[in-house]
Design a protein around this ligand. Structure first.
Ligand code: G3H
Ligand code: ZN
Length: 287
């Protein structure tokens, strides 16, 4: 059974560790993440972007795959199925499809509109026992070839959104999606501290988990981050392992072209990445 992410993140905040959100793209991704969480006795959040939802043939397909896999693979650790960076419409679709958690990303709206839409979704998620993540201050990253540097959220706006009754809050603190550029200035702990002071017990979410140095991750957890999103890093390790397999010509030996063989090194690579992250985040043994 899927659970919402409220309880696991409250526990994480109180226990000074973070739960990883790992984004899924297909069956291999889902299986690698779920099996690793079970092996390490760690709670886990499966993230699904709107694009990945479409790629996987729709949100209901995703719910069916995840629930079926949990039952047949005997996954007993807490698992939340979470819409990542959802639009208002996307959020409604995931409520209907049976997700246990959603993120409404209203960071590109003027704050009044972000507040109004977030408020609506608080009401809807309460009716369905789901958890809700909201975002303030956009998270940087590549868009149309331009790399945004990751602006910092206004702590007062964070408090406004946090007070609406959401369950956890994503706030820009200089973090960026995808790879970090060489001239990246690092996370703004000053901003994070100011946000944490104003929002109290609210678990905070760190997006753009790929490539943040371990000491910065640990400091962010100390300052109230309880959920860390990782996407690109699993893609990089999957691609590297798959490329190596093909370049070594293993797909041409025996039945190496069989997708079950061809995708196995990438699957193992995702497992290793997820394990490494869960160890750094401190969620191992916390299920
Ligand atoms: O919402 C997803 C994450 O913020 C992933 O960021 O691809 O940089 O790991 P990342
Ligand atoms: Zn993100």
């Amino acid at each position: 059974e899927l659970v919402n992410a409220t309880e696991m993140l409250k526990k994480a905040k109180a226990g000074h560790y973070a739960v990883g959100q790992f984004n899924i793209n297909n069956l291999e991704w889902t299986k690698a993440i779920l099996l690793t969480a079970q092996e390490l006795n760690s709670p886990v959040i499966l993230g699904v972007s709107e694009g990945a939802g479409k790629y996987m043939a729709g949100y209901k397909t995703v719910v069916g795959m995840v629930k079926g896999m949990m039952e047949e693979q005997k996954i007993t650790v807490p698992v939340a199925l979470h819409l990542d960076h959802g639009s208002y419409e996307g959020c409604l679709k995931c409520v209907e499809a049976g997700f246990s958690s959603i993120m409404f990303d209203g960071s590109h709206y003027p704050i009044e509109e972000n507040v109004a839409k977030t408020k609506e979704l608080v009401k809807i998620t309460r009716e369905h026992g789901m958890s809700l993540e909201a975002e303030v201050g956009s998270i940087g990253g590549e868009e149309d070839g331009v790399i945004g540097m990751g602006e910092c959220a206004d702590p007062k706006e964070c408090k406004m959104i946090a007070d609406l009754g959401i369950d956890f809050l994503a706030a820009g603190i200089g973090n960026i999606h995808g790879k970090y550029p060489a001239n990246w200035k690092g996370l703004s702990f000053e901003t994070l501290d100011a946000i944490q002071q104003l929002t109290g017990d609210m678990p905070l979410v760190l997006h753009g988990g790929t490539g943040i140095p371990t000491d910065m991750i640990k400091k962010a957890i100390d300052l109230g981050v309880s959920k860390i999103n990782v996407n690109t890093e699993c893609q990089l390790s999957f691609a590297e392992a798959t490329r190596k397999y093909i370049e070594e010509g293993k797909d041409q030996q025996g039945k190496g072209y069989d997708p079950r063989k061809l995708l196995a090194p990438g699957f193992d690579a995702i497992k290793a990445t997820v394990k490494e992250k869960m160890e750094i985040f401190g969620s191992v043994g916390k299920a």
